[in-house]
Design a protein around this ligand. Structure first.
Ligand code: HEM
Ligand code: PLO
Length: 483
């Protein structure tokens, strides 16, 4: 039923159009598509009630920019939900923690650590290339078989974040890695099952099998994190900082040696563990998902794959491996990655934001405490902004000479923007570029014969997942001849 919008001190602004009944969302597994299609009836900005929560849905980039950039601080909160509270021990991480001085401090620390170990560091490039080489070896060994690439892609990506977070890596078949694969899938399947908005808050009262699975998976994750933490504490001497965990330990040590931290600024063990857990979880699930989507699109669009390979043959050749410094030489590959991030955004509703004060979006009043969903799917599929948005066309990101990449529309925010912008953008782009360049230099990826092309429909959840599919990785003739 219709309910009034909560009163708001933002002045004489009109209240938003209100979606009359939640039934309009029911039974639709793809929440982003449902919220997208409701625009037809309610306009691009509308409100709805989910249980006791007033939720505002933003479907246009003008409003998205207003929320994320222009009024970023007013909208920098996060909602608390049953599942994310379990995942983050009540918001002691970064992604699911609401705005606070401690959250700001955690972000700053991670940002500094990522700049130190990651972004642009020769050591990190070496690690990514090592993993890419190992991935190529596995593909070679599986020559012509119909292979599920997912576990190998995940292992490659996991080893990169593992080395950043814990200075360690996994071999094939490592039981700890297998356990991690299983728990992480369980978490992805259950966290925010009905979207991060927790449409069904009664989950708390009636624990069901999803909640039980989430708790079981978190137990395994927590044991793993705790073990890494203990090992690091024992080995840490304060001089050498090997990884993110050491960096956080060092901050705490120097805080202990100086004056006690200001109230509310104390980094507890929980904060430390949840922060690393976030980077590890985000680092693995997001980048792997994009790699899977890219491979899937290359199966559907062999001409795009051919063009990437032609560009590589011309600019790099086959006598050496691709380097990070080759990025400006391979605009078509970069454009392909950009197009995948547009057409299948990893996080189609971002993570919900919360207004921290009475404020406004466009000409509408937004009360303090409203949950704000930015529908990135709508922003990336807006017909007013994109020519044939349903079409996969990397060329749209290239200038007329095909030499430089640029976005043809400002309606493009794959990593969000503003105060809550993704912390891993630089790292993710390094990995995507290098892994894809290495694989496509050597292999042509094809749909196994006699099998239909796998579906391009995603499965909505905390990330937009790809359904399982198999690939034939054929060693390129040119590569065979050259080596
Ligand atoms: C948040 C996208 C990779 C760490 C986000 C958000 C998006 C996003 C859309 C939410 C922004 C918002 O709520 O306004 C992506 C995409 C990735 C990627 C498309 C890969 C292509 C990574 C990686 C890491 C990472 C590799 C870790 C190193 C985070 C963290 C947040 C976040 C910690 C929470 C930030 C906050 O709430 O303050 N990401 N991400 N992401 N991402 Fe990423
Ligand atoms: C993925 C499963 C892991 O086991 C735990 C985890 C931690 C951080 C989450 C990530 C999951 C999913 C993707 C998220 C990330 C924080 C930021 C990122 C939500 C649940 C995005 C894309 O917003």
């Amino acid at each position: 039923p219709l309910r009034p919008v909560p009163s708001c001190g933002a002045g004489p602004l009109p209240a938003l159009p209100l979606v009359g009944s939640l039934l309009q969302l029911a039974g639709h597994p793809q929440l982003h598509l449902r919220l997208w299609s409701l625009q037809g009836r309610y306009g691009s900005l509308y409100g709805l009630w989910m249980g006791s929560h007033y939720v505002v849905v933003v479907n246009s980039y003008q409003h998205a920019r207003e929320v994320l950039l222009k009024k970023g601080k007013a909208f920098a909160g996060r909602p608390r939900t049953v599942t994310t509270d379990l995942l983050s021990r009540g918001g002691k991480d970064i992604a699911f923690a609401s705005y606070s001085p401690l959250w700001k401090f955690q972000r700053k620390l991670v940002h500094a650590a990522l700049s130190m170990f990651g972004e642009g560091s020769v050591a990190l490039e070496k690690i990514i290339c090592q993993e890419a080489a190992s991935l190529c070896e596995t593909l070679s060994a599986a020559q012509d078989a119909a292979l599920d690439m997912a576990p190998e892609l995940t292992r490659a990506v996991t080893n990169v974040v593992c080395s950043l977070c814990f200075n360690s890596s996994y071999r094939r078949g490592d039981p700890e890695f297998e356990a991690m694969l299983e728990y992480s899938q369980g978490i992805v399947d259950t966290v925010a099952k009905e979207s991060l908005v927790d449409i069904f808050p009664w989950l708390q009262i009636f624990p069901n099998k999803d909640l039980a699975l989430l708790k079981k998976c978190l137990k395994v994750r927590d044991e793993l994190l705790q073990q890494k933490f203990t090992e690091h504490k024992e080995a840490f001497c304060g001089d050498t900082v090997r990884d993110l965990m050491d960096a956080l330990l060092q901050v705490r040590l120097s805080a202990e040696n100086n004056s006690p931290p200001a109230p509310g600024l104390e980094l507890t063990d929980d904060h430390l563990l949840m922060t690393v857990g976030d980077i590890f979880g985000a680092g693995v699930e997001t980048t792997t998902t994009v790699l899977k989507w890219t491979v899937l699109y290359l199966l559907h669009y062999p001409e795009v794959q051919r063009k990437i390979q032609e560009e590589m043959d011309q600019k790099i050749g086959l006598a050496r491996h691709p380097h990070l410094s080759d990025r400006p030489l391979l605009p078509y590959l970069e454009a392909t990655i950009s197009e995948v991030l547009r057409i299948r955004p990893v996080s189609p509703l971002l993570i919900p934001h919360v207004s921290l004060t009475d404020t406004s979006i466009g000409e509408y009043a937004i009360p303090k405490g409203a949950r704000v969903i930015i529908n990135l799917w709508s922003v990336h599929h807006d017909e007013k902004e994109w020519d044939k948005p349903e079409e996969f066309n990397p060329g749209r990101f290239l200038d007329e000479h095909g030499q430089h990449i640029h976005s043809p529309s400002p309606s493009y925010l794959p990593f969000g923007a503003g105060i809550r912008v993704c912390l891993g953008e630089v790292l993710a782009k390094m990995e995507l570029f290098l892994f894809l360049a290495w694989v496509l230099q050597r292999f042509t990826l094809e749909c196994p014969p006699d099998q239909p092309l796998p579906s391009l429909e995603g499965k909505f959840g905390v990330v937009l997942q790809v359904q399982k599919f198999r690939v034939k990785a054929r060693l390129r003739e040119a590569w065979r001849a050259a080596s």
